[in-house]
Design a protein around this ligand. Structure first.
Ligand SMILES: O=C(O)CCC(=O)C(=O)O
Length: 345
């Protein structure tokens, strides 16, 4: 397979997207200024943080994406992460092929094509299940360079705490009890994707990441070398996301849209690449336990608030997700309960 790390050759057909929706031009629309919150304030019980929490809930309803600063992950850990990720993606092709995703699997290095006609993204990726431990592909994780592995473990431990804290306050925001949130998400399925988006001689022809909403509870995204490229779709327009260099981006995923019975919104996003600079990111995906049932939280459902989404065990939801090609919010739409009006009969 041609690799995006050889941009001097003409761009292979498999990367070219003839119907690429353009980025909204700045004179029409500003880059999306994503609301930013102080995480310590948000998570500090007993603090008078009611105003910030309400702003957060409104942001999740309207945008489904926000930033958190003062997140407590040390600059040293983030610096080590950048160094180790750069080393990893700079390994030779042969070295990286040791981690290549195997036929029929989705974990490892490389792009997974879910259908014949699917275009290939302009990015090198490494995807892996990290929790629960017994679901980790031990032979894959243990093959990673030691320093990268150690750095990732430290980073994941920090993000797990942040993620659970956020899931709890987001649950409370729609009226769930903490126990109900924990029952779904505590020790849940967590996955990660590290991505390197190489520079591209014709960035307007390709995409670093196909448009989609995340099929997660929440996603915590760190834009490791502070290069922009993420875009969100708002009111039908693709807007570049400008971000605070010391903040993480948090995206509400389809699963939280389902659990909240449609109160929160999962944000469709994509990544564009540029001519000069390579971009590094790491996403941590926080999900329910494999055996949990996904569906609108039972405590939220009533005659006045009937369920808008079907129920499905997480394990089946994951299989279903990986059997479909990425396509905007199609996976979420597939979970919607179709209502029939009397006129249909
Ligand atoms: O690289 C990014 O900015 C976005 C990554 C992402 O959304 C993903 O890996 O699903």
């Amino acid at each position: 397979m041609a690799s995006p790390s050889q941009p001097e050759i003409a761009i292979p057909e498999m990367f070219i997207r003839p119907e690429l929706e353009p980025t909204a031009i700045q004179s029409d629309h500003e880059a999306a200024a994503i609301p930013i919150f102080d995480l310590k304030t948000l998570l500090c019980a007993g603090n008078d943080n009611t105003t910030q929490l309400h702003e957060l809930y409104d942001t999740c309803k309207e945008w489904g994406i926000f930033q958190v600063r003062n997140h407590g992950v040390s600059p040293q850990v983030l610096e080590n992460l950048q160094v180790e990720m750069e080393k990893f993606f700079n390994l030779s092709k042969e070295e990286k092929s040791k981690y290549q995703v195997e036929e029929g699997d989705f974990q490892g290095y490389g792009n997974v094509k879910r259908s014949k006609d699917e275009k290939v993204d302009w990015g090198e990726r490494f995807f892996m299940v990290i929790n629960p431990l017994e679901r980790r592909k031990a032979d894959l994780f243990e093959k990673l360079p030691l320093l990268l592995r150690e750095t990732l473990e430290t980073y994941f431990a920090e993000l797990r705490k942040i993620g659970m804290g956020l899931l709890r306050i987001l649950g409370e925001g729609v009226g769930m009890e903490i126990e109900e949130v924990d029952h779904i998400f505590d020790n849940g399925m967590q996955t990660t994707r590290m991505t390197y988006y190489p520079p591209c001689p014709n960035p307007e022809l390709v995409l670093g990441l196909t448009p989609h909403s995340d099929s997660t509870g929440i996603t915590i995204l760190h834009q490791v070398n502070a290069i922009e490229g993420l875009q969100i779709k708002k009111h039908g327009l693709w807007l570049p996301v400008s971000f605070h260099p010391n903040a993480f981006l948090v995206l509400v995923g389809d699963i939280f849209q389902i659990v909240s019975n449609g109160v929160y919104n999962s944000m469709e996003h994509r990544v564009v690449v540029n001519k000069e600079k390579g971009r590094l990111s790491i996403a941590m995906f926080m999900n329910p336990k494999y055996e949990a049932e996904i569906g609108p939280a039972k405590s939220l459902i009533s005659e006045e608030n009937p369920p808008l989404f079907r129920r499905m065990v997480m394990e089946d939801f994951v299989k279903d997700y990986f059997s479909r090609k990425l396509n905007g919010k199609a996976h979420l739409d597939n979970m919607r309960i179709k209502t029939t009006s009397p006129d249909d009969h």
